[in-house]
Write a protein that binds this ligand. Structure first.
Ligand code: ZN
Ligand code: ZN
Length: 140
């Protein structure tokens, strides 16, 4: 496997924040300049994430880079049918009350999905919804 030369990526996480943020960044220098990758921004710096960290040729758009990361999460970091002994909450897709939860990614907030919506397809829908909300927020 080819060794990976990290290129310079600009992180814009707020100072003092230790929130780990997954986002797409365009590579600014080197052979991969102009290509998009999904990165994890932490206090210690920025590194490529998921499938984008391993032999990924880069993407033409941030959406395409994030879709690549979503695929990684769906393949490796997805938990479905988590039954919690907690009060029933409303399914994030249809609003039906359920004690079932799902998770996309490690150490992330549990998602509420009813029996009918326990699927990777639903996780994809929620991921895309979150993405468009984030894009709207950054366009403001
Ligand atoms: Zn990729
Ligand atoms: Zn539902």
């Amino acid at each position: 496997m080819a060794t990976f030369m990290p290129c310079r990526l600009r992180a814009n996480s707020a100072p003092g924040s230790n929130r780990i943020m997954v986002t797409a960044r365009m590579c600014e220098s080197g052979d991969d300049a102009g290509k998009w990758y999904t990165v994890i921004a932490e206090r210690s710096g920025v590194r490529r994430a998921g499938y984008c960290a391993n032999g990924c040729p880069g993407h033409d758009s941030s959406q395409s880079a994030l879709a690549h990361y979503l695929q990684f999460q769906l393949d490796r970091e997805t938990d479905l049918w988590l039954d919690r002994r907690e009060p029933a909450l409303e399914c994030e897709i249809c609003g039906a009350r359920t004690t079932l939860r799902a998770r996309l990614g490690r150490k992330t907030k549990l998602l509420v999905l009813c029996t009918q919506h326990q699927s990777t397809r639903s996780l994809q829908v929620l991921f895309e919804r979150r993405l468009s909300q984030a894009l709207e927020a950054s366009a403001r």
